[in-house]
Design a protein around this ligand. Structure first.
Ligand code: HMG
Ligand code: MG
Length: 298
């Protein structure tokens, strides 16, 4: 049976913007998060405290986080790769972080300049400090259905990394099809394999729409019982270290599908669509959301 309610983790301000060549102003980033808050979303990944040399677009993470209006009850996680990122995030009052690694060694080397085990070792002190500080930690596993550098990723590697992150204290593990190569049968099998070792209610799915499979993959995973879905308004995004990866599945499209299935999200679709068009305007292009285009106010 499908879940009655799904929590959407909106990753547009982070995963969406990190891959944009057009520099977005700090004021616009703040406005984006505030507009997303007004749609009723419960989790909004606000920015990323990675090295600005690696992701120049998000070099203003501290200013963005300090500038947003945080609504009580809404979570605003930020990406943190190491203790330095944790320090920067805590200085501006961050209360939830996300650590990230991959099931593929080749991808991790290019994305974070570390092996899987080195990355987990890097997170250990971050997780220990987060626990002491009462900071919630989400964990990402990338390349769960394929890697741009090594191709096939064994399911056993996905399961192992997810289990380790959960064991280290991540309250939720987001399983990322970073390059969007997955299809529904593979997505279902991957989720089932992970769910055999990590409780389903601690899992989320994160699809990119490179091959137009994202909604089908999400539906397959909802049928397995997942109830947390990552997406990005306007279908923004991609990963700069994953060649050919297109945007995240569009939040508007996910909300449209979920509401059509009778699944509650708490999100006001009209406001979300409006925000998607606003963002597309800032980026100088059309929205990447099909529902957004269909529901555009003419
Ligand atoms: P490194 O160069 O190996 O590390 O980077 P380092 O420790 O030698 O640091 C190099 C320089 O960066 C030093 O400065 C550090 O101080 C500085 P310098 O001495 O040269 O002046 N530095 C920092 N500055 C600010 N904040 C920090 C920080 N850390 C170091 N936190 C590192 C290693 C992990 C830092 C780097 O590789 C990095 O930042 N990578 C991030 C790449 C990234 O953000 N990728 C995209 C996100 S992952 C993704 O999109 C996938 C996901 O969406 C899920 C999916 O789709 O599958 C999550
Ligand atoms: Mg992503």
């Amino acid at each position: 049976a499908l879940p009655a309610r799904v929590r959407i983790v909106e990753v547009g301000p982070r995963d969406g913007l990190q891959n944009e060549k057009t520099m977005v102003s700090t004021a616009d980033k703040i406005e984006l998060v505030d507009r997303l808050t007004a749609t009723g979303l419960q989790s909004i990944e606000a920015t990323s405290f990675v090295s600005p040399k690696w992701i120049p677009q998000l070099a203003d993470a501290a200013e963005v986080f300090a500038g947003i209006t945080r609504k009580p009850g809404v979570h605003y996680p930020v990406l943190v790769p190491n203790e330095k990122g944790y320090d920067r995030a805590r200085e501006v009052g961050v209360e939830e972080i996300a650590v990230f690694t991959a099931a593929s060694e080749a991808f991790n080397q290019r994305n974070i300049n570390a092996s899987i085990d080195e990355s987990l070792a890097r997170f250990a002190p971050v997780l220990a400090r987060a626990r002491a500080d009462g900071v919630r930690v989400r964990g990402y596993v990338s390349t769960v259905l394929g890697c741009p550098y090594q191709g096939e990723v064994p399911l056993a590697d996905v399961v192992r990394v997810a289990r380790e992150l959960h064991g280290m204290g991540c309250y939720e593990i987001s399983l990322g099809d970073t390059i969007g190569v997955g299809t529904p049968g593979k997505a279902r099998a991957m989720l089932q394999a992970v769910a055999a070792e990590v409780p389903l209610d601690a899992l989320a799915v994160h699809f990119h729409d490179t091959y137009g499979q994202a909604l089908a993959n999400i539906l397959a995973c909802l049928e397995v019982g997942v109830s947390v879905v990552d997406s990005a308004v306007s279908g923004a995004g991609g990963c700069p270290y994953a060649k050919g990866a297109s945007g995240n599945v569009a939040s508007e499209d996910v909300v449209y599908m979920l509401h059509g299935l009778g699944i509650e999200t708490g999100v006001d679709l009209a406001r979300l669509v409006e925000t998607g068009h606003w963002l597309a305007g800032r980026l100088g292009r059309e929205t990447g959301s099909r529902a957004g285009r269909a529901l555009a106010v003419s």
